[in-house]
Structure formats: C-alpha cells, structure tokens
Design a protein around this ligand. Structure first.
Ligand SMILES: Cc1ncc(COP(=O)(O)O)c(C=O)c1O
Length: 361
C-alpha cells in the first residue's frame, strides 16, 4: 500500500482560470506563464488545461523544448531571453521568441548566424530594477535591434513591482509610455495582479499565478473574490490518532501543549513533501472536508491536526492540505501560505518529487 499522499492537477480549473484572465483584459492575448515547471504543477500536466492560451512564456530552453515536444506550434517566449550566445541556435531551431533585457544579448544577436530573423521582446526597466534597459536608454537599444538583419519584429515590454500592492502601477506605466512613445510594436505589460486589479496587460498579458488558482494580492482579495479555482490539490489521510490529556505536548520541541482533553490526528504529510516546515499551530487544513488546524511542529513525513471540529474522524480520514476537499469543500493555497508567512507561489513550486501527481479533469 503506497503512502496515502497525492497531488491532483485540475485541468478544468486551469481552463477556467485562463478564461478569467481573458475576461480581465479582453483585448489582450494571453501568455500562460509556465516557468518553474508550470509553478510546480508540471508542464505536461497543465498543457491540456492551458492550451487555449495564445502562447507559453517560460524561462529555460529545456522547458521550451518540452512545450514544443507536446506539439505546441504557437508562440513560446523566453522571459529572461538567452543566457549565452549558443542559446540563440535553439531559438532559431525551435522558433522561440525571446526577451532582450541587456546590451550583451544584442551583441550575441548581432553575431548570430540565422536564416530566419527572430522576434524579440525588448524589456524596459521601469522601476523593478531587476532586468531591462532604463527608460532613457531604451530607444537606442531599440534602434540597435532594429538595425540587425537577425531581428524581425520588436515588441516592447516591462514588468511591474507593485501591481499587487498599494503603490500600484501608474508610475511605471508613465515611464513606459514616455520611453516607448512613437515606437512601433506590440506591448506586453502586466502579470496576473496587473490584469486582475488594474485591467492592464497591453497586447500580451503574462498570466502566471492566476492560472494556478492563487490570488496574487491575498489577503486583500481571495480566489473566490477573483473567481479563480485551485489548480492543485494536495491531500493525504490520517495514519494515526492520539487522545491527549491536559499538559500533553505534541511533536518535536513540544511546541504545543494541550490545555484540555483533545483528540488529534497524524496526517501523512511533512516538509519532505513540500509542506512548509515553518507553518505553526493553527495552519488551516480540512479533515473530511471540515476546516481545522495543525498542531505543533511539522516533521519530515507527518503533521498533527486538531480533530475537535471532526470527532468522527478516524485513521483513513481524508486530509486536504490545500485545494479541493470532499463534498465541495475548498482550502485556498493562499490561506495556508499566509499562515506560514509565505505566498502561494512558493508552496506550489515546492511540491516535492516524492509526491505522486495525477492530472484529472
Ligand atoms: C517577467 C514576468 N512576467 C510575468 C510573470 C508572471 O507573474 P504572475 O505569476 O504574478 O502572474 C512573471 C513571474 O514572476 C515574470 O517574471
């Protein structure tokens, strides 16, 4: 009998969330962002649910090869462009569009021998200060690219630092508009938060986290509010129960002490499965679809849950760590992430290799 933990990837949720992105920015084409192995969901597993996108945006060449191997003939964008000159060979061979964010990438292109000119997305650093040309240097980078026979079409792109927060995007949009004034080409502006909160995407919105059913601005807004559905469920079962007397402690470090008699369950999930070790007591879980909380420290292969709200729970009861539970119950990954002082992105990306994953409708 295998250990009872498993993750489910819900194709219908991915398709629903993609449609939600289209509703947010109806005039934009949608990149489904599938970097980091589709935010931990698995590129091959999400493909069916996200193939209605206009293109796939990702980071590395190996992932681009996987998308092409699935039969995708449409646009594929390398969000950080090439890491070294020979990457351009594969861009030519697989017809990949790539970001140009640094002068050295223009040098590499100028030296690249190709029959087919490339489509590039020239990135402006409008305030994130990670990648891109500053607004005052943008036009000359564009002119250099425009003069290259290796370059076909130049699209214009930037990335927002605060689309999910109070500072917003107006200051960066202003700089982008100033720096790109009168330049021809399609624009790619927003991520999930820009699309949902500001209805901004440009001609090509880059939708990542929303596709996977996590609210980019939690706790200001949650997935119900944004009409998103969890694309990943992590679930397991109780493998033991314990009756505690007042004064009994739970787990390593005895960080939890029972104040009154209580029953706890031991679930087959721990930090070696990708569950956050720093999630403290009361991190939400569902037991047989009923909301409860964790108790004490998370260990490598197990965690303890309070059975007070589910007295009928027994060995074999279903424990939902996040996602869809039984009888229509739901636990957003954002609730768990928030309790563990992190974000949904990190939890989904951290799903461990040892967890069996099944794509379902
Ligand atoms: C350049 C770029 N565009 C789009 C995205 C997608 O962002 P999100 O997952 O918040 O939609 C990312 C993700 O970090 C990114 O780096």
């Amino acid at each position: 009998m295998p250990r009872p933990i498993e993750a489910l990837i819900h194709r219908s949720a991915l398709a629903h969330n993609l449609a939600r992105a289209r509703r947010a920015v109806p005039d934009a084409r949608v990149w489904a962002v599938v970097k980091a192995n589709a935010y931990g969901h698995g590129i091959e597993r999400v493909y069916e649910g996200l193939r209605g996108a206009d293109g796939f945006a990702l980071l590395d060449l190996a992932e681009a090869e996987r998308v092409r191997a699935l039969g995708w003939r449409g646009p594929v964008l390398l969000l950080e462009g090439c890491f070294e000159p020979r990457d351009l060979e594969l861009c030519s061979r697989l017809d990949l569009w790539h970001v140009v964010h640094h002068a050295c990438q223009i040098d590499w292109l100028a030296a690249h021998k190709t029959q087919t000119p490339h489509r590039v997305f020239l990135k402006m650093n409008s305030g994130m200060n990670r990648l891109g040309f500053r607004p005052e240097a943008y036009r000359s980078a564009w002119a250099r690219l425009d003069a290259l026979p290796q370059v076909d079409e130049i699209s214009l792109m930037t990335h927002f630092s605060d689309a999910d927060g109070a500072r917003g995007i107006a200051h960066q949009v202003g700089l982008f508009e100033w720096g790109t004034q009168d330049l021809p080409g399609e624009r790619s502006l927003g991520n999930s938060a820009a699309a949902l909160r500001h209805q901004v995407g440009g001609d090509w919105v880059r939708a990542g986290i929303l596709c996977y059913g996590s609210a980019p601005d939690f706790p200001a807004q949650d997935i119900r509010g944004w009409d998103l559905q969890p694309a990943m469920t992590l679930r397991t079962r109780l493998i033991a129960t314990q009756q505690l007397a007042p004064g009994d402690t739970v787990g390593y470090g005895s960080s939890y002490t029972a104040r009154e008699p209580m029953r706890i369950g031991i679930a087959a999930c721990g930090y070696a499965d990708g569950y956050p070790r720093h999630a403290g007591t009361d991190t939400p879980v569902l037991v047989d679809g009923v909301r409860s909380g964790t108790v004490g420290r998370v260990s490598m292969d197990m965690l303890a849950v309070d059975l007070t709200p589910v007295p009928q729970a027994e060995v074999g009861s279903e424990v939902t760590l996040w996602g869809r539970g039984p009888q229509g119950s739901l636990l957003a990954i954002d609730d768990v992430a928030h309790a563990a002082s992190t974000i949904g992105y990190e939890l989904m990306c951290a799903l461990a290799q040892r967890v069996p994953v099944h794509a379902v409708d």
